[in-house]
Design a protein around this ligand. Structure first.
Ligand code: UT7
Length: 328
């Protein structure tokens, strides 16, 4: 059986309207704009209103990607939603998106690999396209992290934002191609970034709510050290798998968690910062939404063009990581 080649056909994104600045945060927790900008690079983030769930943003981003690709909902064979903030524990957010889009021929499931989720989805899509099992796959990274943040914890609530990015992956008939993907996980770091309660280990009770255990908890410095290590090693591994060198890279689309982590990855890839898409100053960390939103922005802004070699790389809770080299 000869394998097909896969490519990203189109992308789309959605952000809630409301913007929360560092100055707004100064009124909520004991923090200040100077600390947040210096330690993270973040200045503001978008926050969903009380009526907006993750699927709402996922649907909007998907419609934009479908419109750009000129494909109908019936053509979609599979929908994957990468998220740690699903509309509910089950059914999957992907099924809610499927129904809203009218993608009646699509299988649908959620992926829970935190900030690496979009790259896990892209890798799965790549495999299904290569084997010929599916022809059009919708991969979405979508989050409403503001709903699971402890707004009394300055160590976490300043970092995250809401939003969704979507990509249509299909068969390539030109130079565009997903050239390589690499995924990894290290469960020994599972406690570093988590929402402890609400699952089968610690079901929701009045006590878990009182103890604020349904919110994100994080050991920032452990995640930071892991991220710096993995962003460069995963990028280099994906390049090796693609048979390319750092000199071949035109552009980097990294997970948007902290400007210091992004700078260290750019340095390892010998890329000046103008060859790296950075939006965390405006959007904060949108976990699974971060990379597809950044990719969509970079394409729209003309920072990357057809034929360019682009590295996508991310890390997140689990711990997990992923990297992918594409020719746009
Ligand atoms: O997608 C993956 C998600 N997570 C990440 O990527 C997180 C990776 N980690 C990080 O980005 C950084 O570790 C943080 C930005 C979270 C924290 O930066 P840091 O340089 O590691 O700071 P720290 O946690 O070591 O805290 C330094 C000081 C502490 O004060 P003391 O103990 O030295 O007196 C904190 O209490 O800064 C204090 N601090 C704050 N001060 C003002 C912590 N958060 C804040 C804050 N405002 N928001």
């Amino acid at each position: 059986m000869s394998l097909k080649r896969s490519k990203i056909i189109s992308t789309g994104r959605a952000l809630p309207e409301k913007v929360l600045t560092n100055f707004d945060l100064e009124k909520i927790v004991d923090t200040n704009d100077e600390w947040i900008v210096k330690r993270t690079g973040i200045k503001s983030r978008h926050i969903a209103d009380e009526n907006t769930a993750t699927s709402d943003l996922a649907i909007e981003a998907s419609k934009k990607a479908m419109e750009k690709a000129g494909i109908t909902a019936e053509e979609i064979d599979l929908i994957m939603v990468a998220t740690v903030t699903p509309d509910m524990i089950f059914p999957s957010t992907a099924c809610i998106v499927q129904e809203a889009l009218g993608a009646v021929n699509a299988a649908a499931f959620d992926l829970e690999t935190a900030c690496s989720g979009f790259l896990y989805g892209l890798t799965i899509a790549d495999q299904f396209i290569k084997t010929g099992m599916y022809k059009k796959i919708l991969v979405i990274g979508a989050e409403t992290l503001s709903k699971v943040l402890d707004w009394e914890d300055r160590k976490t609530c300043i970092l995250f934002g809401d939003g969704a990015g979507a990509a249509i992956v299909g068969v390539s008939d030109d130079e565009s191609e997903i050239l390589s993907t690499h995924l990894g996980a290290d469960g020994s770091g599972a406690d570093f970034l988590a929402i402890p309660a609400g699952g089968s280990r610690m079901p929701a009770t009045a006590d878990t709510v009182a103890k604020r255990l349904h919110y994100i908890t994080m050991d920032g410095s452990e995640v930071f050290k892991f991220a710096v290590r993995k962003m460069s090693s995963a990028s280099l591994l994906a390049l090796e798998l693609a048979g390319l060198d750092v000199e071949d890279v035109d552009f980097l689309v990294p997970h948007q968690a902290n400007i210091r982590i992004i700078n260290s990855a750019a340095k390892k890839l010998k890329l000046p910062i103008d060859k790296v898409h950075v939006n965390l100053d405006r959007l904060g960390n949108i976990s699974a939404g971060s990379i597809p939103i950044a990719l969509d922005e970079a394409i729209e802004e003309g920072k990357i063009n057809k034929g360019d070699v682009v590295v996508l790389v991310g890390f997140g809770g689990g711990l997990t990581w992923g990297s992918c080299v594409i020719r746009l």
